[in-house]
Design a protein around this ligand. Structure first.
Ligand SMILES: [Ca+2]
Length: 366
């Protein structure tokens, strides 16, 4: 986007903020820049950051913002379109086991698909050791769209992975024999937890937790202990869900969006046996990244709120919740570039990544 367009958008946003009566702008501290389409950030000990870059590199950013050389050991990724090296998270016991999980577009017979790998970060933090793919989405499809690819470790130590429907295979999101348009739950070794909802059902992939999803690029563990997700709708109809085991989230049969260019999509917005989203956006904001604010850094008013990045409009949305529902949504921080990831650091600050050729890691302060 050129400077004039950015200035226009900033002016537009300033008007919105003024009309909403929001007091005080959010300060942006650029921690690091010149990252190549960064997709995810995880927080290492001693104030360092582990960042993925979509073309297939993982780097460490020092507390002072110095960007390190690419780590050795990242597998080959299908870096085309929306594909590449995507999410990364630390094991909850990282301090003792140096284990990380990451997901990416894995090339293979038939095209590519989302794969989840486990590895150990070497003691000198220069390479990934013992890299092992513990889950891969099947089938692989010749597509450069809709990989999903957010990882969450649940309180019981199982891993959730979100996956898209590859755009060209949307009807497969309603079929249980594949991993297209699904969220799966596996153990840290890639095994199927015996209490998964479709274990023992003939013709169903036992890793599936929930289905009928389009493209989920945000997932986080809520303070309620459940996994919260969001996903892109078609034209309109981006959603927040808290997927329950075995439930059908409707895509492509129901949506609050419409066909690109206009026109009804599927069977409308509701159907028996299909879940309604907890919240939806019309028009779409193209959400990516999400985090609950649990720290006291921003004052009592913001604590407990949910923050979601917008790729399309370049801001961070704040969603205030009440009894598990979204009571109010506001544009909280105007970033100006595509917001790819939103996380709370161990220092209690919120951080974002911008998905640009000169991508930035930014710390947000009130
Ligand atoms: Ca839905």
């Amino acid at each position: 986007m050129n400077f004039a367009a950015k200035a226009l958008r900033r002016a537009f946003f300033a008007t919105l903020v003024a009309s909403a009566g929001v007091a005080g702008a959010v300060q942006q501290e650029v921690v690091a820049s010149r990252l190549d389409h960064p997709w995810a950030v995880a927080f290492l000990p001693e104030g360092r950051f582990l960042v993925t870059e979509r073309p297939g590199r993982m780097r460490i950013v020092d507390a002072d913002g110095r960007v390190g050389a690419p780590l050795v050991g990242v597998p080959t990724v299908a870096a085309r379109g929306q594909g590449g090296l995507l999410d990364v998270v630390l094991d909850s016991a990282f301090a003792g086991n140096r284990t990380v999980y990451f997901c990416y577009a894995e090339p293979g017979d038939g095209g590519n698909s989302t794969a989840l790998a486990r590895a150990k970060l070497s003691a000198d933090a220069t390479r990934l050791d013992e890299v092992k793919v513990i889950f891969r989405q099947l089938p692989k499809v010749d597509s450069s769209y809709h990989f999903g690819c957010r990882i969450v470790e649940a309180q019981d130590g199982t891993l959730f992975l979100t996956m898209g429907e590859r755009n060209s295979r949307r009807d497969d999101a309603q079929r249980l024999a594949n991993h297209i348009g699904k969220m799966v739950r596996i153990t840290k070794d890639g095994a199927v937890p015996p209490d998964n909802p479709f274990v023992g059902r003939s013709g169903a992939a036992p890793e599936i937790w929930s289905y009928g999803h389009r493209n989920m690029q945000g997932a986080t563990l809520g303070p309620d202990g459940r996994v919260w997700t969001h996903e892109h709708g078609p034209q309109g109809g981006d959603e927040i869900n808290v997927p329950l085991p075995g439930r059908n989230y409707g895509w492509p049969v129901i949506t609050h969006g419409e066909q690109y260019g206009g026109g009804k999509m599927g069977e409308g917005s509701a159907k028996a046996g299909m879940e309604q989203p907890l919240h939806y956006w019309v028009p779409s904001i193209a959400p990516s990244g999400m985090a609950f604010l649990t720290s006291d850094r921003y004052g009592a008013d913001l604590k407990g709120d949910l923050f979601v990045g917008s790729l399309k409009f370049g801001y961070v949305a704040r969603l205030e919740l009440e009894n598990g529902k979204v009571r109010r949504e506001t544009k909280w921080a105007e970033i100006g570039d595509r917001v790819r990831d939103v996380r709370q650091g161990p220092d209690g600050w919120l951080y974002v990544l911008t998905d640009e050729g000169n991508g930035k890691l930014i710390r947000l302060k009130p």
